[in-house]
Design a binder for this molecule. Structure first.
Ligand SMILES: Nc1ncnc2c1ncn2[C@@H]1O[C@H](COP(=O)(O)OP(=O)(O)OP(=O)(O)O)[C@@H](O)[C@H]1O
Ligand SMILES: [Mg+2]
Length: 388
């Protein structure tokens, strides 16, 4: 799919902007702080219902305005769909598809976007939560049904935590909390669904990540992805020594889950939080058999993060009925040496649409510079002189 038309009102530093985009590469060039990443963020919003930079939506509403509007016309073959998101500073957001109101959660069914940005270095270097978020966002893009499962799991987790906290306050110990069992059942059922989906995802990403890494780095450093599961005895939230992830079916995971809960029961009551479940797991990334986090060089870390996104694009492309995902590369080329730039350009060039931002046009390989738009303080200007 491609974005044919993007329109922004009161989004970040854009009071009002209209932009036609072409199939193939579209390059946005401008000095720092002019609004390039804001464009990438606006398009990405439809796929993830959030920003890749902030966890709240309020910063995306232009200073002084009450609501931001992002509209995009997406095209896939002969089909057109008009998406609209209204981000409200207070109150819930609103969405429309072809002019009709829909639940905001419906938007990602129409928009598939893979955005790579400098913030993605956090996926490989940051806390386990960054890797869980990466995996869960991709799961939702591939199977929107999972958004409901993940949300239900979070709700059950909060309720179970509230119960543990109040039990702790009352000094309840050991087996003295029978109401916990109802919540255990829900936690295990939903959590097992999440764990299985994540294990499958890691297995399916392995090949595409290895190919993307070799293609970018020009060398095979044997990238690996493996979940460290808290139901399997690991506690990646608190130490760095992950246990081996068991390859297991639903019944086996449920059983592990239940015995891990039984084992941690008194620790949970002591601390008033749930210590076992997919909210405590980590997707451990390795190259050359060493963890990326803490060992890999800056350039290697970049290559792994980029490979995760390129592999995501490959998975989405392979199974989507909507064509290719829109690939967005925000500020990527400046970070790469000439060889890696050329290789990356070669990889993304055959996607239906690629959106590239750069402070310096010359950092972007020529083959991607068919169309350049200059971004200046929230205004957009088509570049008249074609690149030489
Ligand atoms: N809610 C907002 N209201 C008004 N302006 C905003 C808002 N949020 C961000 N901005 C402005 O948008 C600009 C940043 O835009 P953006 O991140 O897109 O820059 P950029 O062109 O990608 O720059 P760089 O090359 O440094 O990455 C900043 O000047 C910032 O002050
Ligand atoms: Mg930027």
């Amino acid at each position: 799919m491609i974005v044919e038309q993007l329109s922004l009102v009161d989004f970040r530093n854009y009071a009002a902007a209209e932009l036609a985009l072409a199939p193939g590469a579209n390059v946005f060039v401008g000095r720092n702080g002019q609004g390039k990443t804001n464009l990438a963020e606006a398009i990405g919003y439809f796929a993830t219902l959030g920003s890749h930079r902030v966890s709240q939506d309020a910063p995306m509403v232009r200073d002084g305005a009450d609501a931001a509007f992002v509209r995009a016309r997406l095209a896939h073959g002969e089909r057109r769909v008009q998406l609209e998101a209204q981000l409200n500073r207070s109150g819930s957001n609103k969405a429309r598809v072809n002019g009709s109101p829909v639940r905001t959660a419906e938007l990602p069914r129409y928009a598939q976007v893979v955005l790579f940005a400098p913030e993605d270095l956090q996926i490989v270097r940051g806390d386990p939560s960054a890797r869980r978020r990466f995996a869960d966002q991709l799961l939702i893009q591939r199977a929107p049904r999972l958004a409901g499962v993940l949300a239900d799991y979070d709700r059950v987790l909060k309720q179970r935590n509230a119960l543990l906290k109040s039990a702790r306050a009352r000094g309840v110990r050991g087996e003295g909390l029978s109401t916990l069992e109802v919540w255990d059942d829900k936690l295990v059922a939903l959590g097992t669904d999440v764990i299985r989906a994540r294990l499958r995802l890691a297995a399916e990403l392995a090949g595409p990540v290895a190919r993307a890494y070799t293609a970018i780095a020009g060398a095979d450093h044997r990238p690996q992805l493996q979940w460290a599961l808290s139901v399997g005895g690991a506690d990646p939230e608190e130490d760095d020594s992950p246990a081996e992830a068991p390859v297991a079916d639903a019944a086996a995971i449920e059983q592990l889950f239940r015995s891990a809960l039984a084992e941690r029961r008194s620790a949970e009551l002591d601390r008033g939080i749930t210590l076992v479940g997919p909210h405590r797991d980590d997707l451990v990334l390795r190259i050359r058999d060493l963890p990326v986090k803490g060992y890999a060089s800056h350039g290697e870390s970049w290559s792994v993060a980029l490979s995760l996104r390129l592999a995501s694009a490959e998975l989405l492309r392979a199974e989507s009925t909507l064509g290719d995902p829109i690939v967005i590369l925000d500020d990527v080329f400046a970070e790469l040496d000439a060889d890696r730039r050329a290789r990356l350009a070669g990889i993304v060039a055959d996607y239906e649409q690629v959106i590239v931002t750069a402070a310096v046009a010359e950092d972007v390989p020529l083959e991607l510079r068919a169309r350049t738009v200059r971004v200046e303080a929230g205004t957009l200007h088509e570049e008249s002189d074609a690149p030489v």
